[in-house]
Ligand binder design. Structure first.
Ligand SMILES: NC(=O)c1ccc[n+]([C@@H]2O[C@H](COP(=O)([O-])OP(=O)(O)OC[C@H]3O[C@@H](n4cnc5c(N)ncnc54)[C@H](OP(=O)(O)O)[C@@H]3O)[C@@H](O)[C@H]2O)c1
Length: 409
């Protein structure tokens, strides 16, 4: 549907992003989009907007036939699912930034869009201000995607930068990230890698047409990293980053994981610091391309929400073209990784799990082992989830392999 008339918006949430988009829209009159009502949770909070705009009654927005666009920016995934599914069900266009809700309900959301022929846009849900989804949907439509590799959680990148570059303790760096508004309301979503897995679930759909659940993605956050890991990284010239990666391992299978990763200076990700995000897109024809920007924060995230609202003026919808290529990609467990495992007690690590061991180091403080392991063995290894052990993957096992997929004539 193209909106000849004005976009009449029902806004849910008036927090970091909600208030941001309220302010931005006030300063963008040319867009012809006006917020009619704002639904929030706590009526007694002081708001920087006229009191008559606010309500705690969601149905007042959902049942208002004049509201043709719902912008959902709340921090409660269950309530967001009710808001978004009800809105799409009644034919309203929806813009959301809620990656947790979208990743959990991907299949149902795809169906709702088909059934109701309405737009559901969520650029802000993946890497804040960086247009990852729109690029995967539109630009990388024909050139075969070999891989998508990125730092897609600004909060953990901020924490790791502070720890690696300033020697800050983990707890202090996390507190600072929260103070600056980079961390999720529930920071465990960030530091355990769940937020990145939610985003990778969405990326997998737009890159390869895969409909998966975040639980299908192997995911390790940064909570098990040990200070000696940074010492190892510095000695070898690496930086430790939380990297999300999806790469084709053959013509039907895609490896997908979120893991702490040693990134070397030749990678574009090496210089992605603080709350910034960066995504390397590896393609068959164009080799590697890199997109970089702010992955969180009030105005960067509002910029993506604004872009989605503007796209509704010309009736833009995601077409989910990758699901219609005739290739049914699936998540693979049949590939190998080169990893480093550091531990308190070497007896914890079953060396027989490895295909090959490159290096073993034992000191009084800490021990480590590096080697090649099958992905399947790694994800099933009992020692992986022992809080005394940290696992970091070497990045170079990945991108170089992309080039071996197929030779061009
Ligand atoms: N912050 C970022 O940089 C960023 C970046 C990308 C994506 N996102 C996503 O954007 C969304 C919003 O994040 P945020 O940082 O703006 O959160 P936030 O600052 O914590 O604000 C959340 C807002 O949601 C409202 N709310 C919560 N439950 C509600 C309900 N059931 N009904 C109506 N309103 C409800 C709260 O109301 P009260 O004001 O009354 O408490 C508050 O205004 C989340 O999905 C987040 O993952 C955020």
């Amino acid at each position: 549907m193209t909106y000849e008339k004005k976009l009449v918006i029902g806004l849910f949430g008036f927090g970091v992003v909600g208030e941001g988009i309220y302010r931005v829209l006030k300063q963008t009159p040319t867009l012809q989009a006006a917020i009619k009502r704002i639904c929030i949770k706590h009526p007694d909070k002081k708001r920087n907007a006229p009191a008559e705009l606010f309500t705690t009654d969601a149905d007042l927005l959902l049942n208002d036939p004049e509201i043709n666009v719902v912008v959902e920016l709340i921090d409660d995934a269950d309530a967001a699912w009710y808001i978004v599914s009800t809105s799409l069900g009644s034919g309203k266009a929806v813009v959301s930034a809620n990656k947790k809700m979208i990743a959990a309900h991907l299949a149902e959301l795809l169906q709702l869009q088909v059934d109701n022929r309405t737009s559901f846009l969520y650029e802000a849900a993946v890497c804040g201000s960086i247009p990852v989804i729109r690029n995967l949907e539109e630009y990388y439509d024909n050139d075969m995607l070999n891989s998508v590799t990125g730092i897609i959680n600004g909060s953990t990148n901020y924490i790791l930068t502070r720890m690696n570059e300033d020697g800050m303790a983990y707890d202090d760096a996390l507190e600072l990230a929260q103070e600056l508004g980079f961390a999720e309301t529930d920071p465990s979503l960030d530091v355990q890698g769940t937020d990145a897995a939610n985003k990778l679930t969405i990326i997998l759909n737009h890159a390869y047409g895969i409909i998966s659940k975040p639980e299908d993605i192997m995911c390790k956050g940064i909570t098990q990293l040990h200070p000696t890991d940074s010492v190892y990284a510095k000695e070898k010239g690496y930086s430790i980053k939380l990297v999300a990666r999806a790469n084709r391992v053959n013509h039907t299978d895609v490896a997908a994981y979120v893991l702490p990763t040693f990134v070397g200076p030749r990678s574009q990700l090496f210089n992605v610091r603080f709350e910034y995000n960066g995504v390397i897109i590896g393609t068959r024809l164009a080799d590697e391309q890199f997109i970089y920007g702010k992955g969180a924060g009030r105005y960067p995230t509002s910029s993506a929400v604004l872009s989605d609202i503007a796209a509704l003026r010309y009736g833009y919808k995601y077409e989910y073209k990758k699901a219609r290529t005739g290739v049914n990609y699936q998540i693979s467990t049949d590939h190998v990784l080169r990893i480093y495992v550091s531990c308190e007690n070497m007896a914890d690590i079953n060396r027989l799990d490895f295909i090959a061991i490159d290096e073993t180091y034992i000191s009084q403080n800490r021990k480590y082992i590096t080697g090649t392991i099958s992905f399947d063995k790694l994800r099933k290894a009992a020692w992986l989830n022992n809080p005394d052990n940290s696992v970091i993957v070497f990045a170079e096992a990945g991108p170089a392999a992309d080039h071996q997929l197929e030779e061009l004539e």
